[in-house]
Write a protein that binds this ligand. Sequence first.
Ligand SMILES: C/C=C/C(=O)SCCNC(=O)CCNC(=O)[C@H](O)C(C)(C)COP(=O)(O)OP(=O)(O)OC[C@H]1O[C@@H](n2cnc3c(N)ncnc32)[C@H](O)[C@@H]1OP(=O)(O)O
Length: 248
Amino acid sequence: MADILVERSDKVAVLTVHHPERRNALTPELSGQLAAAVTAAENDPGISALVITGTPPAFCAGADLAALTQVREPELRAIYSGFLAVARCALPTVAAVGGAAVGAGLNLALAADVRMAGPGARFDARFLKLGTHPGGGMTWMLQRAVGPQRAAAMTLFGEVLDADAALAAGLAHRVVAGDFDKLVEQAVGFAAGAAEAPRALAIATKRTMRLTETLTAHADAVEVEIAQQVGTMNSADFAARLAEARRR
Ligand SMILES: C/C=C/C(=O)SCCNC(=O)CCNC(=O)[C@H](O)C(C)(C)COP(=O)(O)OP(=O)(O)OC[C@H]1O[C@@H](n2cnc3c(N)ncnc32)[C@H](O)[C@@H]1OP(=O)(O)O
């Protein structure tokens, strides 16, 4: 049965796309469930970071091919809604990619802030081979993640990256040896690093990173950050952490 499994590990929520018989392919329904799970986590003050993964053997086989007949814009947007929710997520996100991430499934991986790959990971743009134009912002996300040349190799020339190649390309931040459980355990441990910061601060910092990414001048980024810093440096939480740091 297709579902989004939600598990909690302290302040980290693990969202697992679960339809292994179809390699976690995205239907409008499944993507809707994923978007709802992301929103629920954002609205839960006890959750500070997310891990996104897919039940093995695949991470996500992209759009469900059965859902791709007679596609119109609303259906396409519905299929994309899950990874778009991850891309928009206010909380820090880690994708644990243990198997194939194909087409819209690659988009799901790209939508996360950080990707960790297991030995079986495959990063495959695929759209052109299927005879369709890339969608869901893949051309934008991939070029930012790996640069224009590698993005062209993957998108136009069909290059598929395994875990080590993804690491070398900067598409994966880490490769985790071992099985799927080990990958998720490492991803949760990594995500817990974000959960150590005050939740609102991590959210504000992620928002600032999105904003400064599009600025052209360093000086403009300094101005954006200084306003945020003055706010946080006058908070009770900062005072407590500063006092603790001074004691060390
Ligand atoms: C708008 C468009 C957006 C896009 O996302 S474009 C990209 C669309 N996606 C694809 O073209 C991927 C197609 N699938 C694959 O290439 C492979 O699969 C995988 C590499 C993901 C996994 O390979 P393996 O583990 O060997 O599995 P298996 O034997 O090929 O498939 C197992 C079962 O999973 C079903 N399945 C796989 N991908 C999809 C999919 N995308 N939509 C629907 N079903 C899928 C198959 O049909 C089959 O099913 P059965 O066991 O009944 O024969």
